[in-house]
Design a protein around this ligand. Sequence first.
Ligand code: AMP
Length: 473
Amino acid sequence: MSFSSLNLAAPIIKAINLCGYASPTPIQEQAIPKALEGRDLIASAQTGTGKTAAFVLPALQRLNAPSTLKGKGPRILVLTPTRELANQVSEAVRTYGKFMRIRSGAILGGVPYFEQQRLLSQPVDIVIATPGRLIDLMDSGRVNFSRLELLVLDEADRMLDMGFSEAVQTIASATPATRQTLLFTATWDRNMESLAKRLLKEPVRIDIAGKKTTLEAIEQQLHAADDMQHKSRMLHHLLADKAMTRAIIFSSTKRHADQLARELSEQGHSAMALHGDMTQGARTRAITKMKQGNVRLLVATDVAARGLDVTGITHVINYDLPKNAEDYVHRIGRTGRAGATGIAISFVSGRELDTLNRIERYIGQTLPRLVIAGLEPRYALRAPKGGDSRGRQSSGRPGASTGRPRTQGSWTPARGRSETRKPEFGARSERSQGGKKSSSFGEGRAPYREVKHQGGRTGDSSSRPTDRRNRWA
Ligand code: AMP
């Protein structure tokens, strides 16, 4: 299918051509025709699948015809969970609406009210908003939804997770019942179902197996870590990889993100932090610098797990695993975007074993366990029974690999390391199973997999980021 067969207006097609997109992505192919018919939609799709254009393009098509109603309020409202995502949707509107005369703007927290009040004081076509700030402005009587034709809920699952359910419903009920509603979500549960029932009319359901689509393009790896120092040494090793041109390192706390970014900068890396305690200006600056290629490493909390769309992120490193399994998918989805491939490396300490279990169950995969020669963990992640138990070590320097088999079993002491030392982690997992010595993961699962460190990077050449059109063309 080509974009021209979607019956979009000429200025929209012109902008798409300028972006260099060869053809619509699967979500665009399915969602755009239904949205153009005026149907309500529930689309299950992850970020990285092209979902933003799937709703922005039909929204722009609506704007191609003038409104029949007078007034100042927005004709289209997009609600997003985070400011980053709101900014990105705004950017997409500017990109795809480049050849149209439209007025759009973002309404989000962390920035002064003045400009947003000004935006709403004149006729506006598209407003992209985070729920909290929009409700503030509605409460002060500044928003008029009488002209609203289309409501888009982007990453609706995340909005519910963040406690915006009531705010979303309040906003929706302030808009005309005649509106069209498009709901995008990566996951589906009862809360989402009940929200959808309230807000949508006879929706068409589109399910792009987003989880898989996104993950297929990403080479995932796991490294057992003894403690923070061990994580730090492994990170240092990985950063020597020249193929890592842009990476996001996820940390679980804002404080640690700051500290790690500072340490990395002191070690001569070009690194910046990105977290929710920073001002919006500082957050935007960090993202812009990475987009421009002026910063190689962003050390981020989950504020960047969703919505952050920077082309060419080659690696995502989970310094700490996210508590929420879905966030793992979102985090690693920062790489492998727009048809490219990427590498996601996670460090797992003993206290993160349960989280790892949840993640592996959620994604339906066992992550390949890797060991860096010279930086072996004291306790190896368990290899499964009955499988090919041969594990491989990569060499201490990026660029070569050795094929020494690893032990099979639970959190077993790794060879060549002190066997008398009590496990700092793993002990909990071994003991917590009624005295039975079994790991909390690894049972019945795939064994270690060979992943070579070649030419200064992990993975084979097929996992290099490729042209953005490759995967979908
Ligand atoms: P999204 O899932 O909306 O965050 O989009 C992910 C990335 O895909 C963005 O960088 C878009 O610019 C890019 N993209 C969107 N549609 C297409 C397309 N049809 N072909 C190639 N890239 C696309």
